[in-house]
Design a protein around this ligand. Structure first.
Ligand SMILES: Nc1nc2c(ncn2[C@@H]2O[C@H](COP(=O)(O)OP(=O)(O)OP(=O)(O)O)[C@@H](O)[C@H]2O)c(=O)[nH]1
Ligand SMILES: [Zn+2]
Length: 303
């Protein structure tokens, strides 16, 4: 028996790479389907390779996390591709996306695209926002020149030792950026992709590519930001700067809304914390409180 990582899924075959860099073509045994487990790219698996041509996956190791789009497991890092304009930057959407990846225990980094379309004044404004996010601890990239060697090198330096996925809103520029990072991919972008996909379904498979001592998924991702899957009291944990400061709040379990002696609110008032982050936090908090229960989860009771 051997152990390795699934690096590519292709027409029912999983390509597994072992520590010594060898690639094994494997299939998943039928019993996986019965158990409702389907191995994902990024999974660490045990497999046997008695057969010369193809091995069999025997077991999938416990995952730290997994995404549906793209279907990848054990993600360390998400590059949150964020358009400065077209579509306009929304701090509310970015904070939502950050909560979503924090919840999955994925480290986010922020990468602003389309900065070339900004006036000097708009660029300065966005730079101030970027330094706000850097102060929280999120690496944040705001390239002066789109796709310059410097900006791509700086981004690539984050890949080392991580399994990374590019994520973000439609039209943010994920595919365009990935094409610069992985030129051999030639992902269809923007209008071209729509024209090409009409009536023709190319089933592109997910793969992980080695860059700078890390792995990068070649298919960009999306996440559902509509629903928050946590109780409102836990939201603060996914705003790292609030969570860290909340130790000093007067009340244990302070949610930083109406409590006296709240350090988070004090730091927002003094300008140490971003006001936009706090406003979005309150917005999400209220959304959770007013979220309808998920009726699909309630089992039907036979009469
Ligand atoms: N000016 C400018 N245009 C960009 C930049 N990045 C992307 N674009 C353009 O923005 C449009 C959308 O880019 P895509 O890379 O297709 O965006 P995406 O995030 O992959 O979009 P979906 O596939 O819909 O999720 C394309 O027309 C790109 O050429 C940039 O840095 N500057
Ligand atoms: Zn508080």
């Amino acid at each position: 028996m051997k152990t390795g990582q699934i690096r590519q899924l292709l027409a029912g075959f999983y390509d597994v790479v072992t520590d010594d860099g060898k690639i094994y073509r494997t299939r998943a045994r039928g019993n996986f389907r019965k158990k409702g487990i389907s191995p994902l790219v990024g999974d660490i698996v045990d497999f046997q390779d008695d057969n010369q041509d193809e091995g069999y996956i025997l077991a999938v190791h416990k995952r730290t996390n997994s995404l549906v789009r793209p279907p990848v497991a054990n993600i360390d890092l998400a590059i949150m591709v964020t358009a400065a304009v077209e579509p306009d930057f929304s701090d509310n959407l970015l904070d939502r996306q950050l909560v979503a990846v924090e919840e999955m225990r994925i480290k986010p980094i922020i990468y602003f695209t389309k900065t070339d379309l900004l006036s000097a004044e708009q660029f300065l404004k966005l730079e101030a926002i970027a330094s706000g996010y850097r102060a929280i601890g999120y690496p944040t990239f705001i390239p002066k020149e789109a796709f310059s060697v410097e900006s791509l090198t700086a981004l690539s330096s984050e890949f080392t030792g991580n399994l990374s996925v590019f994520m973000g809103q439609t039209g943010a520029g994920k595919s365009t950026l990935l094409n610069h990072i992985l030129p051999e991919l030639a992902l269809a972008t923007g209008e071209i992709s729509q024209a090409l996909n009409r009536g023709k379904h190319t089933t592109r498979m997910v793969g992980l590519h080695e860059i700078n001592g890390g792995l990068v998924a070649d298919t960009p991702g999306f996440s559902s930001y509509e629903v928050f899957n946590m109780p409102a009291q836990e939201l603060t944990q996914f705003f790292p700067e609030f969570w860290q400061a909340s130790e000093a709040c007067r009340f244990r379990g302070c949610v930083h809304i109406n409590e006296p002696g709240c350090v988070v609110k004090a730091k927002v008032d003094s300008g140490e914390f971003m006001k936009t982050r706090y406003n979005n936090y309150c917005d999400f908090y209220n959304l959770i409180i007013n979220q309808k229960p998920d009726y699909r989860k309630i089992k039907k009771v036979k009469k």
